[in-house]
Write a protein that binds this ligand. Sequence first.
Ligand code: ATP
Length: 194
Amino acid sequence: GPKIIGLTGGIGSGKTTVAKCIENCGFPVYYSDERAKTIVNDDEALKSRIKDLLGSDSYDENELYNRKYVGQKVFNDEELLLQLNSIIHPAVRVDFEKWVSQQTKYLIFKETALLFELKLHKECYKSLLVTAEDNIRIKRVMDRDAKTYREVQSVIEKQMPEKDKIKLADYIIYNNTNIDDLREQTERIIFEIE
Ligand code: ATP
């Protein structure tokens, strides 16, 4: 099968920007979070399990996943979040494996925010971490979304510390400057892995 590179990074690190760059270089990327968003709307068995866990308000009047409601429910409830993830993650895994089986390139990438947290790096050939200083990440997310400094900071505090991710990563991109530098680092690493 193809070599799978796990691509990860915390909120606002720039992993999606790196993923787009990888695609521009001709390598396919599986976007785990994006796929999960689709799966929670498409998989009927999954839908009813989520409603059983979090209530019928987990889906709106159009039967679409209510991300905001679910987010609020699990944000300060670790146990509920674990239960939700134990429902969603296996479905994403199945979807990913199907995607992998359809790929023809020898090098493919899996973008996921929780690569190390879920120990998914152990199922990858190599891991690639995108990181940047907290202040820079917070500012970028504030510019992108309508979020306050404190809101972004509280998300960062809930994620695995950067120093732990850095220890686990095979390749690291430091995204503290500009997009051109980010692209250059990405291309260099692809070239190194190939
Ligand atoms: P999240 O997990 O929050 O979705 P992410 O890791 O996917 O974040 P991106 O969406 O790629 O991060 O980047 C966050 C924001 O910062 C985006 O608006 C992106 O355009 C911008 N950005 C990323 N890298 C740089 C950079 N080097 N210079 C300026 N802006 C950047």
